[in-house]
Design a binder for this molecule. Structure first.
Ligand code: OAD
Length: 247
C-alpha cells in the first residue's frame, strides 16, 4: 500500500478513529446504504426512528431481535481491520479513542477497549422509565419484564435512532479538540454529527485520513484518501504508523 511519507513519518500523540458499517462489511454484516437505500429490506425511518417504534413496536423489536441473532451467528467474526485496531491500541504509546457508529460488538471482539458506541449497542436494552441499560443476547419485546421496574413494555433497544442524541458526544468532542490524527474507516459520511468529526479534527490542527471503498460525502475534508477494503488496508496502515512511532 502506498501511503504518503509525510503521514507515516509523524509521531502522533492523540489519535481518534471513527468507524462505520464498512468496517464490518467483510465480517458479513450488511452496510446501511446499499443501492436500494433500505436497511435489511426496511425503510430506515420505519426501524430506526422513535416515530417508527411508536407506530409499529412489534416490527422494531422483531427487526433488532433478528439483527442480534444474526450478529451472534458463529460465522460473524471480527475481520483483520477490527483485530488490527485492537492490536494498535495495545501497542501505541499515545492516546487512542475509537468511536464507532456500529451497533455490533466486533470491535470489542477484535480487542479494542477504549471505545465509544455513539449509536448504541445491539447487545443492550434500556428501560424507558429509569434509563438503566442491561446487557442482552436474547430476544426481547413488549412482553419482557424489566429487571428494574418489574413491568413489561418499558424495554427498548439501546440504539440511537434518527432524531435522538448520539451517546457520549462531550467526550468525543473534547478528544477531537486535542487530537493530532483523525482516521475515518468505512463510513459514507452521510449521517451527522459523525460526518462532521473530520471538520472538528481539522480545526484542532489534526491530519485527517479516510480509508473507504469509495470517496465519502465528506471526502474533500481529508488530507489523505486510501481507497479499498478496510480488512485489506487497515492492518498495513496501522503497522506503518507504529513503525513511524518507533523510529
Ligand atoms: P453506510 O452504509 O452509510 O456507509 C458504509 C460505507 O462503507 C460506504 O461508503 C461504503 O462504500 C463503505 N464500505 C463498504 N464496504 C467496505 C469495506 N469492505 N471497506 C471499507 N469501506 C467499505 O454506513 P455508515 O456510514 O456507518 O445510524 O452509516 C452511518 C449511520 O447511518 C449508521 O450508524 C446508522 C445509519 O443510519 C443510525 O442507525 C443512527
Amino acid at each position: 500500500m502506498l501511503i504518503d511519507d509525510q503521514l507515516t513519518k509523524k509521531n502522533y500523540q492523540s489519535i481518534v478513529v471513527l468507524t462505520g458499517a464498512g468496517i464490518s462489511a467483510e465480517s458479513g454484516i450488511n452496510t446501511f446504504r446499499a443501492a436500494d437505500g433500505l436497511w435489511e429490506n426496511h425503510r430506515i425511518e420505519d426501524v430506526a426512528s422513535p416515530q417508527g417504534f411508536y407506530v409499529n413496536p412489534d416490527l422494531v423489536y422483531r427487526f433488532y431481535n433478528m439483527r442480534r441473532q444474526d450478529l451472534l451467528k458463529a460465522h460473524i467474526q471480527p475481520n483483520p481491520a477490527h483485530i488490527a485496531l485492537g492490536d494498535f491500541e495495545r501497542k501505541f504509546n499515545g492516546e487512542l479513542l475509537l468511536v464507532t457508529q456500529n451497533i455490533d460488538d466486533l470491535h470489542e471482539r477484535g480487542g479494542s477497549g477504549n471505545l465509544i458506541h455513539m449509536h448504541g449497542e445491539l447487545l443492550k436494552m434500556r428501560c424507558q422509565n429509569s434509563g438503566e441499560v442491561f446487557i442482552t443476547r436474547e430476544n426481547f419485546d413488549q412482553t419482557t419484564v424489566c429487571e428494574c421496574c418489574r413491568q413489561s413494555g418499558n424495554l427498548r433497544p439501546h440504539v440511537v435512532w434518527f432524531g435522538e442524541m448520539p451517546l457520549q458526544m462531550d467526550v468525543i468532542y473534547q478528544t477531537l479538540a486535542q487530537c493530532d490524527l483523525f482516521i475515518s474507516i468505512g463510513t459514507s459520511g452521510n449521517v451527522y454529527p459523525a460526518a462532521g468529526f473530520v471538520e472538528q479534527a481539522r480545526l484542532a490542527g489534526a491530519d485527517t485520513v479516510e480509508i473507504n471503498l469509495e470517496p465519502s460525502a465528506v471526502n474533500s475534508y481529508f488530507d489523505w484518501h486510501i481507497q479499498g477494503k478496510a480488512g485489506e488496508l487497515v492492518p498495513d496502515f496501522l503497522t506503518q504508523l507504529l513503525v513511524a512511532e518507533s523510529t
